[in-house]
Design a protein around this ligand. Sequence first.
Ligand code: CAA
Length: 292
Amino acid sequence: MEIGSIGIVGAGQMGNGIAHVCALAGYDVTLTDVRQDALDAARQTITRNLDRQVSREKITADARDAALAKIRMTATLIDTASSDLIIEAATERESVKQAIFEDLVPHLAPQTILTSNTSSISITRLGSRTDRPQKFMGFHFMNPVPVMQLVELIRGIATDAETFAACEAVVTRLGKQAATAEDFPAFIVNRILMPMINEAVYTLYEGVGTITSIDTSMKLGANHPMGPLELADFIGLDTCLAIMNVLHDGLADTKYRPCPLLVKYVEAGWLGRKTQRGFYDYRGDGDPIPTR
Ligand code: CAA
């Protein structure tokens, strides 16, 4: 089955990036969010990021204009239902995702493929609550979506080969690389990345290093583009904690115990860049200032 149109549910950090790359690859995109202000912000972010690609000569101004023209924004979820492929990128809460699929299912054509950009929730369980577990899978982008090369494709137990092949073809058309993961807690990237971030928070919690020394160590000592605490702020500390909880609950191994200091930052509402404060304080004009 060839995909020509893509519906994206959720216009946040991930959803707007997914809309950006799908439109640039020539797909007809319908982007929806319950909040009109999130859609307005997404339009601005997509335009800014496309402009950045034009100014760095990654794409032409014509390609930018064509991509923007391909994106339809709507606050009505059901408007996405006529798409060939739906990528759900809403809040990382199972009840929210399940409600979206429940609302969408009665309006879908039989061949429509449903996917979730979830970073950790069971694909098999999400799919089993729809009318099409065989046409349901995980389609997991990395942040920032326009830059990161990888898409994790996650097969649920019931996902059929045709669905997988159709999604793999989309990844190729996006100019990205797919890696296949089986449906176990947090899949591959987050199974490995989040315990590293959690360990960095323990390193801070136990006083082994400061925020600056931990991030400098991993940037200069392991050639990571960002230090783990800077990266945690970039991803969102609430998301990091949610993924650690999924690993801890799903694998029942104490090695995935979320660091109490990570929990404390989330309790404080210091969630990283999106709230202007996390392991760093981003509220000033200059460089971010470590908060411990
Ligand atoms: N849209 C378009 N282009 C963007 C962009 C965006 N949102 N953000 C950055 N770029 C582009 C820049 O234009 C620049 O392009 P050129 O190479 O052509 O110059 C390039 O990306 C590098 O950007 P910058 O020079 O501004 O900044 P940088 O060199 O510090 O790189 C970064 C920024 C790409 C984010 C880099 O720091 C990085 O790779 N960080 C790690 C990101 C990471 O690990 N992501 C995965 C998170 S885990 C995840 O997403 C899974 C999950 O479920 C939680």
